[in-house]
Write a protein that binds this ligand. Structure first.
Ligand code: UDP
Ligand code: MG
Length: 310
């Protein structure tokens, strides 16, 4: 097998026939040695039925159907585990990741690059969306040790070596942008023009994006914990200075009027600091809880893969 394409799909019945058609046309141009692995992430529409139909008439099509929605990260992981290609391409199933790029990616892959990454520009993005995204990347860059770049997502080609390395990481909370960057190896970035989704609608709400953002920061190191310690230290230092100042002013000027404002302010401010710190610690504890349970990342309901192979 030369190329495996891994496509997570969640309620994508509207766009799947188009994706299947375009991708097949593109891959056929390159080679006949390819497989398309569609991972149905517990879709509630006709996605699974469509996949079975494709698989019925085309032996290049493999599908894995989850017992419920486990999220895109889990869907990608499943596809990657089953992938047998020398090169593996990960792409969205809504045609936002143009299949035309695969040829170019393969070329670089053959030149010895282990990760060929497609970087999109932000053409046609909602203004606010891209403003938040840019601010987020700037912030995250300081907070975590792996490097993330704006416009780089999951659309990439991995060599067998890079894929095997990626699969050694078994953590439950997966933040693949960080994982891809963590493994390293020789990388090549190519850019493409952003496209909007061909049909159907995006599964990301603002809320889920915020959650994803928090995951990204917390799943990669303990800098936020350290940040709490610094803030706490700074707060203690400030309050010591303040107490000293008060003491001196009492010594020299006698007892002042009761400082209602300052008292309330301090209580509120430090209450806030403590809550934030507790929250961050709690997040880590929660994550540890999930990790130690060692639950599987997903459960497969149906597939046309030989189950024994995995
Ligand atoms: N997806 C998935 N499981 C989910 C949510 C999304 O497998 O729980 C897939 C979805 O089918 C698509 C890809 O992840 O192929 C990207 O999703 P979407 O297009 O909704 O995100 P956007 O492009 O808007 O960031
Ligand atoms: Mg999309």
């Amino acid at each position: 097998m030369l190329i495996s394409a891994v496509l997570p799909c969640y309620n994508e019945e509207k766009v799947l026939p188009m994706t299947y058609g375009e991708l097949t046309a593109e891959l056929q141009k390159i080679t006949d040695e390819y497989e398309m692995i569609f991972v149905d992430d517990g879709s509630r529409d006709g996605t699974c039925r469509l996949l079975k139909e494709f698989a019925g008439r085309d032996s290049h099509v493999k599908y894995i159907s989850f017992s419920r929605n486990f999220g895109k990260e889990s869907a990608m992981l499943a596809g990657l585990r089953y992938s047998s290609g020398e090169f593996t391409v990960i792409m969205d199933s809504d045609l936002q990741h143009p299949p035309e790029l695969i040829g170019q990616m393969l070329e670089f892959g053959r030149q010895g690059y282990d990760q060929v990454i497609a970087q999109r520009d932000r053409t046609g993005d909602k203004r606010w969306g891209s403003f938040f995204a840019r601010a987020y990347y700037r912030l995250v860059d300081r907070l975590i040790d792996v490097e993330l770049t704006d416009g780089i997502g999951d659309f990439r080609m991995l060599s067998r070596k890079a894929l095997d390395a990626l699969l050694t990481m078994n953590e439950y909370n997966r933040f693949s942008k960080g994982l891809f960057s963590w493994i390293g190896f020789k990388e090549k970035i190519i850019s493409y023009r952003n496209r909007s989704r061909a049909a159907g609608e995006s599964k990301w709400s603002f809320r889920s994006l915020v959650h994803y953002g928090v995951d990204g920061v917390l799943s990669f190191n303990n800098k936020p914990l350290r940040f709490c310690i610094f803030i706490g230290g700074f707060a203690i230092l400030l309050s010591l200075l303040y107490v000293m100042f008060l003491l001196l002013s009492i010594l020299f000027k006698g007892i002042d009027l009761p400082g209602y404002f300052t008292t309330i302010f301090t209580i509120c401010f430090f209450g806030g600091v403590q809550l934030i710190s507790l929250g961050i610690v709690g997040e880590y504890v929660g994550r540890i809880y999930y990790e130690v349970k060692r639950r599987p990342h997903y459960l497969v309901d149906e597939t046309n893969f030989d189950q024994a192979r995995k």
